[in-house]
Ligand binder design. Sequence first.
Ligand code: THU
Length: 138
Amino acid sequence: MTTALSDDERALLEVARAAREAAYAPYSGFKVGAALRAADGTVFNGANVENAAFSPTICAERVALPAAVVAGHRDFVALAVVGGGDGPCTPCGVCRQMLYEFAPDLIVLAAGETGAVGRYVLGSDLLPEGFGPRRLGS
Ligand code: THU
């Protein structure tokens, strides 16, 4: 499945891979790193942060996205996610929904420690018929 990636895409995956090291994942042992590129080229990273109460756990993507938004960014072009194991670590449903709010056309690059890298378009590949702000007239 490994798709041809641009130099920018490979660089974004490397940021996500490095961000993974900052994960706090003592319960699952599954470290995830994310790197979100805004339209002006700024990159925000994130890693998953787990919690003893389990449900407050936050994914790497939802660490990166709000950091970008509060820094004033609302246009995003690409996201890289790197998790454990073999093959693409695709974003969970909650993260897909959060990202869709700002960037239905987002390019999503997903990888594991080894194996294929997946390249997807958020709205058409990962959240078809998604619910977004236009539905509310926003
Ligand atoms: N996780 C992420 O950080 N991003 C995803 O897209 C999938 C799952 C995290 C949440 C939890 O800390 C661990 O991976 C296992 O589910």
